[in-house]
Design a protein around this ligand. Structure first.
Ligand SMILES: Cc1cc2nc3c(=O)[nH]c(=O)nc-3n(C[C@H](O)[C@H](O)[C@H](O)COP(=O)(O)O)c2cc1C
Length: 196
C-alpha cells in the first residue's frame, strides 16, 4: 500500500470532545498503518464565515482557498460526519459550499468542481444514538455525487459513540475497528486504481 495516493481525513465537527473527531483519529491511524500518506485536518483551523455571495464578491476568504488547495491535492478522502436532525452539520455544508464556489476571474479556482471532481470518498459517522448517525451519510452522499466524487460502497456508522472509545481514543470493540478499517482500505484500493 506504499504507493497509495495521499489520503485526506476530516470530521464535520469542531467540538472538543467530538466523537467524529475521535473516529477520524482512528481512521488516520489505520490508514497510516496501511502505508498511506495521511493529511488529517481540523475544520476549526479554517476560519470561514457563513457563506454569503455578497461577502464572497469582496474576496474569497483565505481559508476557503487553502481548503480548495488541500481538497484538490488529495485524490482520496475520508469524512467523519456527525448527524444533526437527520442530516449532516451546518459546518460541513458551509465548508463544502465555500470550497465548491467558483472564484470569479481566478484562473486556478474558476471551476467550482475542481477541488471535488474524481475524488474517492469514504464516509463514516458517529453518534450517541442507535443508528450511529447513518442518516447524515444518506444526505451527504447525493451532495458529494453531485460534486462528481466517487463514493465507496462501504460506509461505517458508529452507534452509541459515547461508550465506544477508551480514554486514549481507541475503539473498544473489534467490530467497530473492522468497520473503520473496511472503509479506509476500500478508499485506498479504489483511489489507487483511479489515480495511482
Ligand atoms: C441540533 C442537534 C441535532 C441532533 N440530531 C441528531 C440526530 O438526528 N441523530 C443523531 O443520532 N444524533 C443527533 N444529535 C446528537 C449528535 O449526534 C451528537 O451531539 C454528536 O455527539 C455530535 O457529533 P460530535 O460528537 O462529532 O460533535 C443532534 C445534536 C444536535 C446538537
Amino acid at each position: 500500500m506504499t504507493t497509495a495516493p495521499p489520503l485526506l481525513i476530516f470530521a464535520g465537527s469542531t467540538r472538543a470532545q467530538s466523537h467524529n473527531r475521535r473516529l477520524a483519529q482512528v481512521a488516520a491511524a489505520l490508514a497510516r498503518d496501511a502505508g498511506a500518506s495521511v493529511t488529517h485536518i481540523e475544520l476549526a483551523d479554517f476560519d470561514l464565515p457563513i457563506y454569503n455571495a455578497d461577502l464572497e464578491a469582496r474576496g474569497t476568504p483565505a481559508a476557503a482557498i487553502r481548503l480548495k488547495e488541500i481538497f484538490h491535492a488529495h485524490p482520496a478522502w475520508v469524512i467523519c460526519s456527525p448527524e444533526y436532525n437527520g442530516s449532516y452539520t451546518g459546518l460541513l455544508k458551509n465548508t463544502i459550499d465555500w470550497v465548491s464556489s467558483p472564484v470569479q476571474g481566478d484562473p486556478t479556482w474558476g471551476d467550482g468542481l475542481k477541488p471535488f471532481a474524481g475524488k474517492v470518498v469514504g464516509l463514516m459517522s458517529a453518534s450517541p444514538g442507535a443508528l450511529g448517525g447513518l442518516q447524515s451519510l444518506s444526505h451527504l452522499s447525493p451532495l458529494l455525487l453531485n460534486l462528481q466524487c466517487w463514493l465507496t460502497p462501504k460506509q461505517f456508522a458508529l452507534a452509541r459513540a459515547g461508550e465506544a472509545f477508551d480514554a486514549d481514543g481507541q475503539l473498544l470493540h473489534e467490530a467497530a475497528r473492522r468497520g473503520v478499517q473496511g472503509v479506509v482500505e476500500q478508499v485506498l484500493w479504489a483511489a489507487q486504481r483511479l489515480h495511482g
